[in-house]
Design a protein around this ligand. Structure first.
Ligand SMILES: [Zn+2]
Length: 289
């Protein structure tokens, strides 16, 4: 990738600070049980309990305070500059440009999410976050949580190497934030009642994949961020984190009814749809059969 744009300021660097621990969010996969499910939640997860739980939103005062950029300079920018942080901040900056333009075109204002870098464990508006959960988005505090070490390790394990694969992870999580802004997450929560909750979750995840593709296309059209091989890398990453692939890797039987993110083929298909069209309307996974 060629990332020359400005870095986003919406990074909250909590690395090197002790994890908050506690909170039942840390046991996000609890109740679902099983190695396969643990693995499924590892990567790209909106942790299902985030949406299914009753929230645990922080009190309004705390939320306001933490949303204010630069309010607490002692906590932000605590860790030294490094390549991983810079990369994530640049990708986040690219997502801000693309989504700000999209929202403006819709006559709306895009409120960008804050991206929290943490190591080990931290607290989120959705409960305790642990690196093992993988990157996730918490709608309650409108933050993306990423542990850079863990992400690098997973990329290696899953064979989803390269910078564009990492950018895809960030863009997918930002996609969940866009869903939050557009009211999709709220509607999905309503849909879950009386429907197959896993099937609804799959549509939420596939739409975030499509949004990630849309982002890559728009950013590339505007600023030529893609280099040869990047698209293939993104598609390989999408395939590597399909539920069927993860379940097989975990040594289990492939159980489509337990999917929460979609099969490899579906993830590739929706990422590609966003990537080729660059159109929001192409990402209606809820209308699709
Ligand atoms: Zn997701």
């Amino acid at each position: 990738m060629r990332l020359g744009g400005p870095e986003s300021d919406n990074i909250e660097d909590r690395r090197g600070r002790g994890g908050g621990g506690g909170g039942r969010g840390g046991i996000a996969v609890g109740g679902l049980g099983g190695v396969a499910i643990l693995l499924v939640c590892l990567f790209f997860g909106i942790d299902p309990s985030v949406l299914l739980s009753d929230g645990e939103a922080p009190p309004p005062t705390q939320r306001e305070a933490s949303r204010e950029p630069g309010r607490d300079p002692g906590q932000r920018n605590a860790a030294p500059e490094d390549a991983g942080r810079r990369f994530v901040a640049q990708v986040l900056g690219e997502t801000e440009q693309v989504w700000t333009a999209q929202f403006t075109a819709m006559g709306r204002q895009y409120q960008a999410p804050v991206l929290v870098l943490f190591s080990g464990a931290t607290q989120s508006g959705c409960g305790g976050a642990q690196a093992q959960m993988g990157p996730f988005y918490c709608p309650n505090d409108r933050r993306v949580y990423i542990d850079l070490d863990f992400m690098a390790q997973l990329q290696q394990q899953l064979g989803a190497r390269g910078d564009f694969a990492a950018a895809y992870i960030v863009a997918h999580e930002v996609g969940h934030h866009v869903q939050n802004e557009l009211g999709v997450l709220r509607r999905a929560e309503e849909l879950r009642r009386g429907n197959d909750a896993n099937a609804v979750q799959v549509r939420v995840e596939l739409q975030a994949d499509c949004f990630a593709g849309l982002w890559a296309k728009r950013a590339n059209d505007a600023r030529r961020i893609l280099e040869p091989g990047d698209v293939e890398e993104g598609l390989a990453a999408a395939a590597a984190v399909g539920d069927d692939r993860l379940q097989r890797r975990a040594g289990g039987r492939v159980q489509p009814e337990s999917f929460t993110h979609g099969s490899s083929a579906e993830r590739v298909r929706w990422f590609r749809r966003g990537l080729e069209s660059g159109a929001l309307s192409a990402c209606d996974t809820f209308a699709s059969r």
